[in-house]
Design a protein around this ligand. Structure first.
Ligand code: ZN
Length: 373
């Protein structure tokens, strides 16, 4: 029996793997950080054995909210299903009998760098799409941006970014769905939108962190979603280059895609506490939210983060900072690691497939506001 994690987005430390019913692991910290949460490892040689895998330091994770959480597993790295998981006295326990020699377990279905490169490389086949490298990460990897639709002064500028927090992989699954629909020239919503808007998309903001198996930080140990007030070329180049590009294009609507470790729902976090917030922005944000509620039962607006008091928003956060800088509607979009409690799926929980559909669906509320931006 062997446990390994020395691969793209792998994360775990083996404490003991002598006996299948007492496998002891720890999650290692994000790069240059003391925080941790994301795990992803491979177990081989335990086919047919009832395994009891203990993650000993789960109680000290960044978000130790493991109630109702079930880990995911995959034999083929395509289908990721949920496995029985419990949490007691700070230890997360996965009880599972592998049916094959090799099995992967993870916090959520991974979205590897290879998958990212494939997403980007496939996108360039669309005539609607232009690919640009807008800069490099801390470790010298390309930061890919895709423009969809031909830019024109009269068109609205819609910016959508994902995976500032690299372990929130559902965000890139969401982007995959959104992009596929944007490239579908037979889709009426897309056709109308591209007459009126240009889309600037950054499907993976934190490539180094993703490869390293981090939950939240980049290679310099910076939380990119707290770096928007003063992005630094040295420690947060990913934000620096995107914000610089935004200053050239302008922004009329901004979406920042995330996953939430705690709440078992899809929801948005808005810009109520931003100093620039006014009745125009309020009206646009309400139109967006109400339309999404109407067209997608996977979205709800009841259980979410507390709304900021007027003027009290944290302007280091992307959505608040962009709303304030460009006087435009902006949202942080959150999906669950667990499941959507309103519409649970016992086999897969919240899954890549559902995140893809959710991403496709967001074009409809964008269409509802685009004329008023
Ligand atoms: Zn996040």
């Amino acid at each position: 029996m062997k446990i390994s994690s020395n691969f793209d987005s792998g994360n775990c430390k083996v404490i003991s793997a002598d006996s299948h019913d007492n496998i002891q692991l720890e999650i290692r910290t994000d790069t240059n950080s003391d925080k941790f949460q994301w795990f992803h490892f491979r177990l081989t040689g335990a086919e047919g054995y009832p395994c009891r895998i203990k993650i000993l330091n789960a109680g000290m994770a960044a978000y130790p909210s493991w109630d109702d959480y079930r880990a995911v597993a995959s034999y083929d790295r395509i289908s990721w299903f949920r496995v029985p998981t419990s949490y007691k006295d700070g230890v997360l326990i996965i009880n599972h009998t592998p049916e094959y020699n090799s099995i992967f377990y993870a916090y959520f279905a991974p979205y590897t760098y290879e998958q990212h490169l494939k997403l980007i490389s496939t996108a360039q086949h669309s005539d609607l799409c232009v690919l640009e490298i807008i800069g490099e990460t801390i470790q010298g990897r390309d930061i890919d941006m895709i423009t969809v639709g031909s830019p024109d002064d009269y068109k609205k500028k819609v910016w959508i970014i994902a995976r500032q927090h690299p372990g929130e992989t559902m965000a890139e699954w969401f982007m995959q769905g959104l992009m596929a629909r944007l490239f579908d020239e037979d889709d009426a919503v897309t056709r109308l939108l591209l007459e009126k808007a240009v889309f600037y998309l950054v499907p993976n903001m934190n490539i180094d962190g993703g490869i390293a198996g981090n939950i939240r930080f980049n290679a310099a140990g910076v939380d990119l979603n707290r770096a928007w007030a003063e992005p630094s070329l040295k420690s947060s180049p990913e934000v620096y280059y995107v914000k610089k590009y935004m200053e050239n294009t302008g922004v009329d609507l901004f979406l920042d895609i995330h996953g939430d470790e705690t709440l078992p729902y899809n929801f948005v976090s808005g810009i109520e506490g931003v100093p620039a917030y006014n009745s125009r922005l309020e009206d646009l944000c309400k139109t967006f939210v109400n339309d999404w509620l109407l067209i997608n039962p996977d979205f709800q607006d009841t259980i979410k983060y507390p709304i900021n008091e007027p003027g009290k928003a944290n302007l280091t956060i992307a959505s608040k900072n962009v709303a304030q800088t460009f006087n435009c509607p902006a949202f942080t979009i959150e999906m669950p690691f667990k499941d959507n409690k309103d519409m649970p799926d016992m086999i897969f929980g919240w899954s890549p497939e559902r995140a893809i559909k959710f991403g496709e669906s967001v074009l409809h509320p964008i269409m509802q506001v685009v004329n008023k931006l």
